[in-house]
Design a protein around this ligand. Structure first.
Ligand SMILES: *[C@@H]1O[C@H](CO)[C@@H](O)[C@H](O)[C@H]1NC(C)=O
Ligand SMILES: *[C@@H]1O[C@H](CO)[C@@H](O)[C@H](O)[C@H]1NC(C)=O
Ligand SMILES: *[C@@H]1O[C@H](CO)[C@@H](O)[C@H](O)[C@H]1NC(C)=O
Ligand SMILES: *[C@@H]1O[C@H](CO)[C@@H](O)[C@H](O)[C@H]1NC(C)=O
Ligand SMILES: *[C@@H]1O[C@H](CO)[C@@H](O)[C@H](O)[C@H]1NC(C)=O
Ligand SMILES: *[C@@H]1O[C@H](CO)[C@@H](O)[C@H](O)[C@H]1NC(C)=O
Ligand SMILES: *[C@@H]1O[C@H](CO)[C@@H](O)[C@H](O)[C@H]1NC(C)=O
Ligand SMILES: *[C@@H]1O[C@H](CO)[C@@H](O)[C@H](O)[C@H]1NC(C)=O
Length: 624
């Protein structure tokens, strides 16, 4: 369909909030604090900030931004003619642009994510003049509208409305919440820039839709703002998508969503408010306000402040000196097994870090090819440390990683330090990184035999890092560009043990989003995703594909359910070379690795046993 030709920009942060459980049929319940690890597809002006905050629009004019949960929701009850009950809660914030705010945000239940013909402004990015009000739209929306549009019968410029198939609301009310203690309504400014929490609940037995809102710091009011009888089964279908849409016009606002919880047949989970991302600090007012007259009192409090700052500064300085002494000591004690190279040696080996020797730039460092002796070729990673902390951490880790030797790891020979630069000297691996073989067409196609061997190689490298012989070391960044291939196309996993870095976009294990901390289990997760990429010859996220194929992991899950796993293989592999049992084994192992719950993922030792066939896969319910 025209999905790929849609002119709107399409970007994704995918993830496995969805793989809630590989074994379950579909995901009917989710809770996202921020959207970094969420299975969310974003369209138009939508983007996800590094903090996890979802921005649907900024304050530019006539924008449309949407974001949808990656899986459709089965809204029809298979046991009756009714729809299912649902409950959702989310936290949004609307920060107006320079003038009055516009236009608003809505929660949407829609049969499709394609709104390419829709208008911004008062159509909220959902409808246009010809589709507005047409019952074949099958769209339910709850709008938070900040502009009074007379042609849409809007009651005011700060209202909440229930919209069925069009933006003329079937029910609406001025934004307010019920204060239980004082038993009265308190009005609420939607575009105040402050976070507002919303609850939307539908009971299919009663056929009642309730909409309740309150400032984020308030508990849920006992009475909803809107309560409307509605037969949802006339609107929804077996597969409807849920998400948000926002639009600006000639008046504009930034529209944000901070968190989202959803559940079918049951109450949506509550947020842990402390886990929600914070909103960007609003820009300072354009005209500086005149400085207030300085009173005597003010002066004395200023003086107090100066004293406090001075005292604090002294402490900080003393602490830094103390720290420096510790670091110095530690360095002196550094007697690790790593060979120390002189800068002179490394510089001449790489021709003075000549551009012609540059292998590439990756993971906060540049790689150079160098020659130490006629037969000793090396790869040098040059890292410029921006902070002393970074440097100390790195040096401490060199000790640990230089002791690790394994044939599927890129081994570290030694290091060198000069000024704020650290050079890591690795063995040179001739065939370059795996991502070029998988995703580019400028390298020979890897056969199935190659791929299976590479997968097992990476697995044994990771298992080794995870503590076969030494203290467990977390890789923190398992991905195709960190796997190199040697002359015989064996996998050599590189770039391990350099602080707890991890990617913040792409395929992050769900718990990473909350904790921000790489673990053995997040490594297993990343390995699972990589394994699928190797078999399928595509990246985990490919925004230009058909919606069901955008997320590789989601697509794989569908494949396993329909018994179609084999057809997901890289089309470039010759059919006759495929060993279907092996492909199926590898992919099912991958699905186990990307399970949402870290405890449910196998350890690398187990993974290797599955892949080597010395242990059989757990009962494979997920084929059903
Ligand atoms: C809004 O986002 C677009 C695209 O990212 C950018 O070009 C534009 O400058 C932004 N507008 C504002 C007001 O920040
Ligand atoms: C439908 O019926 C089955 C079997 O009685 C039950 O397990 C399932 O939960 C029901 N589904 C819904 C949505 O009520
Ligand atoms: C409204 O949207 C529909 C469906 O996307 C599209 O076919 C139609 O051309 C649009 N109408 C207008 C007036 O833009
Ligand atoms: C509603 O939309 C359908 C499908 O797009 C179209 O066939 C029908 O003519 C429209 N109805 C009206 C009243 O515009
Ligand atoms: C509060 O608002 C609701 C919805 O608009 C209304 O039904 C109710 O009567 C109001 N209650 C009071 C005490 O004003
Ligand atoms: C909706 O609100 C009413 C109170 O106004 C309550 O009796 C009813 O149970 C609520 N329904 C849902 C689905 O929350
Ligand atoms: C819906 O309402 C019925 C009758 O009031 C109640 O028994 C049932 O528990 C409610 N369902 C949900 C999901 O709230
Ligand atoms: C609700 O709508 C569905 C589908 O349009 C219909 O089959 C059902 O009878 C309706 N229920 C009621 C109570 O009107």
């Amino acid at each position: 369909m025209a999905n790929t030709s849609k002119s709107i920009a399409l970007s994704i942060i995918f993830l496995l909030s969805s793989i809630s459980c590989v074994l379950s049929q579909q995901e009917n319940k989710f809770l996202n604090h921020g959207f970094l690890g969420a299975n969310l597809l974003t369209f138009g002006s939508s983007k996800i900030h590094q903090s996890g905050l979802l921005e649907l629009t900024n304050t530019s004019m006539r924008q449309i931004g949407q974001a949808f949960h990656g899986f459709p929701i089965p809204f029809l009850n298979p046991n009756s003619s009714n729809s299912v009950s649902f409950s959702t809660s989310f936290v949004f914030a609307i920060t107006p642009g320079p003038t009055t705010p516009g236009h608003g945000l809505s929660f949407v239940i829609s049969p499709s994510m394609d709104f390419s013909g829709a208008f911004p402004s008062n159509y909220l990015g959902l409808f246009n003049t010809s589709t507005n009000g047409n019952s074949s739209n099958r769209i339910l929306a709850v709008e938070f509208d900040t502009v009074q549009s007379v042609e849409m019968n809007d009651i005011d410029d700060n209202h909440v409305g229930i919209d069925v198939n069009g933006v003329i609301s079937i029910e609406s009310a001025s934004a307010a919440y019920f204060d239980d203690r004082e038993a009265k309504n308190i009005s609420l400014r939607l575009a105040s820039g402050k976070p507002i929490r919303v609850w939307i609940e539908y009971n299919a037995t009663e056929m009642m839709l309730n909409v309740t809102l309150a400032p984020l710091d308030r508990p849920k009011p006992n009475l909803p703002l809107l309560s409307r009888k509605l037969n949802l089964s006339g609107i929804v279908s077996e597969e409807h998508f849920v998400g948000f849409s926002a639009a600006t016009g000639t008046v504009t606002s930034s529209h944000f969503v901070l968190g989202w919880s959803f559940s079918i047949e049951g109450k949506a989970s509550d947020f842990d408010i402390t886990k929600l991302p914070s909103l960007p600090v609003p820009p300072p007012p354009l005209s500086p306000s005149p400085s207030p007259p300085v009173s005597v009192k003010k002066k004395s409090s200023n003086m107090k402040l100066i004293i406090i700052i001075a005292t604090a500064a002294t402490f900080v300085i003393l602490f830094l000196i103390f720290l420096a002494v510790c670091v110095f000591r530690r360095r002196e004690n550094f007697t690790g097994g790593a060979r120390k190279f002189s800068h002179q040696t490394i510089s001449s080996a790489t021709g003075g870090f000549d551009n012609s020797k540059l292998l590439g730039e990756r993971n906060s460092g540049s790689f150079y090819k160098g020659q130490l002796a006629p037969t000793e070729i090396i790869a040098v990673k040059r890292i410029t440390c921006s902070t002393r902390q970074q440097k100390t951490t790195l040096i401490a880790e060199i000790d640990a990683i230089s002791k690790i030797k394994q044939r599927n790891l890129v081994n570290l020979h030694g290091y060198c330090r000069k000024g704020n630069e650290i050079y890591l000297v690795y063995e040179y691996v001739p065939n370059g990184s795996l991502d070029r073989f998988l995703f580019n067409n400028d390298r020979p196609v890897l056969t199935w035999v190659d791929r299976f061997r590479i997968i097992k190689g990476i697995a044994s490298a990771l298992q080794h890092l995870h503590g076969e012989v030494q203290k467990p070391l977390i890789h923190g960044n398992v991905k195709a560009s960190n796997v190199l291939l040697d002359e015989e196309l064996n996998a050599r996993l590189g770039d391990y043990g350099q602080g707890s870095r991890h990617s913040t976009t792409g395929h992050v294990a769900p718990e990473l989003v909350n904790t921000g901390k790489a673990t053995l289990e997040t490594d297993v997760f990343e390995f699972g995703v990589l394994l699928m990429e190797i078999v399928c010859g595509r990246r985990a996220i490919e925004p230009t594909k058909e919606p069901v194929e955008i997320s590789l992991v989601n697509w794989m899950l569908r494949g396993v359910k329909s018994g179609n796993l084999l057809r997901r293989c890289d089309k470039r592999i010759k059919k006759k070379d495929l060993v279907s049992e092996e492909v199926s084994l590898v992919l099912k192992t991958g699905l186990l690795c990307v399970r949402r719950s870290p405890e449910a993922r196998p350890m690398m030792k187990k993974v290797l046993e599955y892949l080597n066939g010395t242990e059989s896969l757990p009962h494979d319910d997920y084929v059903v």
